[in-house]
Design a protein around this ligand. Structure first.
Ligand SMILES: C[S@@+](CC[C@H](N)C(=O)[O-])C[C@H]1O[C@@H](n2cnc3c(N)ncnc32)[C@H](O)[C@@H]1O
Length: 231
């Protein structure tokens, strides 16, 4: 059965888009999206031989060889302009790796109309990359599953420049307005974590002033958003 996390990623896919699922592993996501008739075709690619084989086996088991093409290779390298992909999905990796994959794509002259990204960690890195590469965030989800909190970000390529504030980069422009239960729990916990970290950094024999200043900025940004919730 598909995880709630991947189901939530799938909800952000537009009807009939051609998708490329990068780091597909078992190809669960493209299989679900074809089976529930959200999309008609997909490319499922992965850097690993094992995951690619898992994907091939599953696609064959569901009889979807025509609709889902499985490819082996790093990042977006297996995707060509002829594929005419509408939406690239990258889920279940760190934010740094996801932005490195996107950057490698840009360096190869590849930009995609829509991106759906689910970093396991490092969401601000992704938001900054998007802001600096002509993408505008158009939707965000936050959800919890098995004790983990996941954020999912959808962005579209645009000629409009989107400038995100530090608070928006950290907390998410849509998530910080919606402030659902999962969001509030995450950021109350993060606030306690940052406050504790600040105390420890300040106690050091040679305090790291740059890090202290960054943590202080984070604390202020989080407090501002959480306080506006209680007003
Ligand atoms: C944790 S799994 C996530 C699978 C699925 N996307 C999900 O969200 O459940 C990460 C997958 O990404 C693949 N991967 C890691 N680095 C990659 C890269 N640079 N390019 C393509 N795939 C990569 C791994 O081989 C692995 O199958």
């Amino acid at each position: 059965m598909l995880t709630k996390r991947l189901e939530t990623v799938g909800k952000l896919v537009d009807q009939n888009d051609k998708i490329a699922d990068i780091g597909t592993d078992h190809a669960y996501l493209p299989i679900m999206l074809v089976n529930n008739k959200t999309i008609k075709e997909a490319i499922a690619s992965d850097i690993g031989e094992g995951p690619t084989q898992n994907a091939r086996d599953n696609v064959k088991r569901y009889g979807l060889n025509e609709q889902i093409k499985v490819r082996l290779g790093p990042g977006v390298e297996p995707i060509t302009p002829e594929d005419k992909v509408d939406t690239v999905i990258i889920a279940g990796m760190g934010g740094k790796l996801i932005s490195d994959i996107l950057q490698d794509g840009v360096n190869e002259g590849k930009q995609f109309p829509k991106l759906i990204l689910e970093p396991n960690i490092g969401e601000p890195v992704i938001r900054r990359w998007l802001m600096n590469h002509d993408y505008k965030i158009v939707a965000e989800y936050i959800m919890a599953e098995d004790g983990h909190t996941y954020e999912i970000i959808k962005a579209v390529l645009t000629s409009e420049k989107q400038t995100l504030t530090d608070a928006e980069l950290l907390l998410g422009p849509f998530l910080k307005e919606e402030k659902n239960e999962v969001f509030l729990t995450k950021w109350h916990n993060q606030l306690a974590y940052f406050k504790n970290l600040l105390l420890n950094l300040q106690k050091a024999n040679v305090p790291d002033e740059q890090k202290i200043s960054l943590i202080k900025d984070n604390i202020l940004a989080i407090e501002e958003v959480l306080q506006s919730d209680t007003n």
